[in-house]
Design a protein around this ligand. Sequence first.
Ligand code: SF4
Length: 538
Amino acid sequence: MRLLENLKNKSKQAAIVKGADYIVRYIQKDPDKHFDTMMKILYSLDTLFGNKGRFRTFMEWTNNNPGSRIWFTNLMTREPGQVSAFVRNYLGNCSLKWMEIADETVEKHGFCPPYSILVSPTMRCNLKCKGCYAESFRQDDDLDLATLDKIITEGKELGVFFYTILGGEPFLRFDDIETVAAKHADCLFQLFSNGTLINEDVADRLYGLKNVVVAFSINGTREDTVYMRGNGVYEKVLDAMALLRKRRQIYGISLTLTSKNYDTLMSREFLKFWEEQGVVFGWDFLFMPVGKNPDLSLMPTPQQRVSFGEFIKRYREQEPFYLMDFWADAPAINGCISAGRRFLHINSNGDIEPCIFAHFSTHNIKDCHLIDALQSPFFTFIRMNQPHTDNLLRPCMIIDNPEILREACRRFHAKPTEDGAERLLHDPELMQAIDRYSEEASRVIDPVWREKYTYKIDSMYARKRSYGEGIDRIEYKLNRLPFLEKIKQWAQENPAFARAMLDGLEFSSRRYGTDPKRHSLFIKPVKTKQQKEDELSI
Ligand code: SF4
């Protein structure tokens, strides 16, 4: 039966691989005219992917908004070889193959493989930007080529075909990145870069690879960039974009929202400018209190988070620019995606961290298999507590629900992987400041959640469960076999892993039941003795 399923999936993949070039050629011939046919083809993929609504929802959104229609056409009309590779790798491997291998991985190993692995091959950088945490890391550790290759090879065995490369500055290691991207042509690579090392030669090599896209980190306006990064950097970024534009490459930007650049990032003119430079996608990050001496005054206020999230949702519907915010868009992916639920991060020393901002680790890729890290009690405990709260607009275990990160690190002796990270666990002043921030976030963002996300709350009611999305995924993949029975089976192979699952569940239920700040949707208020007696006497 499994063999038959695999054969079916393999023929679907083969169809996508073969069909990608044809689809891209077809739409590029006359994008406006062929848009609707293209949509029909993509709608039909939902059947191919088991009618889970994955493609339907996204395609409906693309079809129904003026901005996203143009955005999609812009994307599909970039350099044909790169677009074909994107369609092939994204649909065939990052989606279909991932789903197929994910089923086997859940059954066999008890976790759903992440969708993407983030890797920082170096923490060295040619710039020294204000507020960047890269400097807190050791600068003499670089992941060698063999380790980079090992990460991708093991990742692919688990179904991971999407690799995000950051740092430090990835283009300081471009030779090695080029080697692995060429070797693993069935994967997608996204490079977060300051852009200053992209010259004609590098642009030609990127053009040759096809499966690599660049996301340029942008601070704000020219003045902001001079202040944060120094003279000449802004111009170099524009030059690098021009080189990629000349080669019709797909590229994006990454932004960090701070309390200080909020007005700039909220301006349509600012985003329009980058759109005009040929940018088609963007990631927004919040300034996080990590690194040696984080300036907490730079953290965007909860109100700024809400307003910015709403602003970019409107913007991407109206304009051809797909901008995403990890925090404000978290409801779409059911909260925090760390600890392997959707991603994990491997730093330049090989330490495997739950997330790019959570600099703690119990495993190192140089002396373990990826499976060991994904089954580690540290990661498992975090996953069992996802989402960390009922309100998916406050997803984060670092700034919104700090007790989760603290508890996981304490229980499993996770070691800090950069100078200063331990302050998040032991510095009373910093911890109190983050607690205050998290309480304020709850006060400001919870009413927004209750007012605007009733459809999400309703679906939580329907599931009779607000927490444990990790568990839901596993149960779903196991065709809802009794979860506890399955844990017993995994416990035979890895008792510590199974123990962490149970501990995680126990901690999660206890916390939901007792923390009034969480405004739990499901836990009934605890009745007083008097109330109980009154009930009995009725
Ligand atoms: S810990 Fe925070 S920053 Fe990291 S994945 Fe979760 S929500 Fe995002």
